[in-house]
Ligand binder design. Structure first.
Ligand SMILES: Nc1ncnc2c1ncn2[C@@H]1O[C@H](COP(=O)(O)OP(=O)(O)OP(=O)(O)O)[C@@H](O)[C@H]1O
Ligand SMILES: [Mg+2]
Length: 238
């Protein structure tokens, strides 16, 4: 069954028309990866899903509910968590405070909060070890883990990840994707946008390629890997 259906979406910033009749569909518990070069519209797509782009037409339906025209906080309350490109954690706050702030917009009991935190620490043991440390002093990989942990505090039904590997060393990227792999296929449906395809493809149930705001390919990761011209653009030379 389709969980998220994006149908003929057009998105604009003032006069810049970024997404053109874009359609994607995601099934429940699926991990869908969207690949595209700089400026292809990946961030705009995720921002459109969470009500952060003012001019969006077309239809975005999550589990039977139309999202277009809704406010970001309502969409978050409906179970959509967005880990933005560049992460956006609070540098002055500790790891634990950041996680608490992540849970802020959804009503949770103390016990639920505690359980959510323990779940994040189990998933990212390094965050557990650093729970009292200020986020500002952490490495890029740890900050990305914190940003994901914070999003998970919402107990999302849909997790949107905007270039989680950006700026990280290959070994850290591998570690991060291994952890994301443990989330895969569980109750959280994931939509990941990436420029670095290799690791993301391993997680993908389905892949879309985006070029100048349009879907130019939809298919399984094996097809992406075996297509010579796609490989050249999205997987680099090997
Ligand atoms: N706030 C904005 N106002 C005007 N134009 C914008 C705005 N944000 C993005 N754009 C334009 O929209 C297009 C798509 O940008 P977007 O950030 O969605 O691409 P992207 O695929 O996420 O790229 P990157 O890989 O660099 O993050 C670009 O041409 C960009 O200049
Ligand atoms: Mg982007």
């Amino acid at each position: 069954m389709t969980f998220l259906s994006v149908d003929a979406v057009n998105a604009k910033y003032d006069k810049v028309h970024v997404l053109h009749d874009l359609s994607i569909s995601v099934r429940r518990s699926e991990t869908v990866v969207i690949l595209g070069a700089n400026g292809a519209g990946k961030t705009t797509l995720l921002r459109s899903l969470t009500g952060m782009v003012p001019k969006v037409t077309g239809s975005i339906v999550l589990d039977g509910t139309e999202l277009t025209g809704r406010r970001t906080e309502d969409i978050v309350r409906m179970g959509v968590a967005h880990v933005p490109q560049g992460r956006g954690t609070f540098a002055q706050c500790t790891v634990e405070e950041n996680l608490r702030l992540g849970a802020y917009s959804v009503k949770q009991s103390k016990a639920e909060l505690r359980a959510g935190m323990e779940r994040v620490y189990e998933l990212f043991p390094r965050l557990g070890e650093r729970r009292g440390q200020q986020a500002g002093g952490m490495s890029g990989g740890e900050l990305q883990m914190l940003a994901i942990g914070r999003a998970l505090m919402l107990r999302p039904r849909l997790l949107l990840l905007d270039e989680p590997s950006l700026g990280l060393a290959p070994i850290v990227i591998a570690e991060l994707f291994e952890i994301l792999g443990t989330l895969r296929g569980q109750e959280t449906t994931m939509l990941i946008v990436e420029q670095n395809a290799d690791q993301a493809l391993r997680l993908a149930d389905k892949v879309y390629l985006l070029e100048t705001g349009r879907v130019v390919f939809e298919g399984d990761p094996e097809t992406v890997r075996s297509d010579e011209s796609i490989r050249r653009v999205y997987l680099g030379a090997e």
